[in-house]
Design a protein around this ligand. Structure first.
Ligand code: VGL
Ligand code: ZN
Length: 197
């Protein structure tokens, strides 16, 4: 069974959004067109409470896009984004959300971020997605969405480590690319056994 995992195609990651990824909106229609080819379509939704600890606004004097140390490890501090129930947290209006079997929310605990669709940023707290996929007999994943170097990357690497057959369709992803993070992500995904096409 082959699933399409669509990562965080939300207004705040598209042009005009709070954490806009260049060209983020260009991938929406081609992702819609791809959905019919899969046994299952799963969407993830970055879903932070107001005042989330990954927001630079919660750290005295910290600039957005700076790095800090959290109890669970290093963490980039972001502009406030994808606040629960805000317009920025909604999916891009052209995304065919109704075709999704599952919408998985992540990053909803104030004290910890969750880039990956499988584990929070401590790399051990599960989101439950692994169990969902296994109980449905899904063993093969195609990942698309935003952002290539953060949530797509972390999700792809975790999925490969869990033993799924993972492909990232790069032209249907867009990157933030902070200080070479795209190249590092591509190298890390390849090292983990993710196929980049
Ligand atoms: C993401 C930064 C913060 C992503 C989410 O979807 O890649 N990046 N939250
Ligand atoms: Zn986030």
């Amino acid at each position: 069974m082959h699933a399409l995992l669509v990562i965080d195609v939300q207004n705040d990651f598209c042009p005009g959004g709070a954490l806009a990824v260049a060209g983020g909106d260009e991938i929406v229609q081609p992702i819609n067109a791809l959905m019919a080819e899969f046994d299952a379509v799963i969407l993830t939704q970055d879903w932070h409470p107001a005042g989330h600890s990954s927001f630079a606004s919660q750290h005295d004097g910290a600039e957005p896009f700076s790095l800090t140390q959290m109890p669970y490890g290093p963490q980039v501090l972001w502009p406030d984004h994808c606040v629960q129930a805000s317009p920025g947290a909604q999916f891009h209006m052209a995304l065919e959300v109704d075709r999704a079997d599952l919408i998985l929310r992540k990053g909803f605990r104030a004290a910890i971020d969750s880039y990956s669709a499988f584990f929070e940023n401590d790399h051990e707290t599960p989101t439950g997605l692994e169990g969902y996929l296994r109980t449905r007999g899904i063993d093969t994943l195609m990942l698309v969405g935003l952002a290539t170097d953060f949530c797509v990357n972390f999700s792809a690497v975790d999925a490969a480590k869990l033993g799924f057959d993972v492909t990232v369709r790069q032209e249907l992803c867009r990157a933030i690319d902070l200080d070479g993070s795209l190249k590092a992500a591509q190298d890390g995904m390849r090292a983990a056994g993710v196929k980049l096409v």
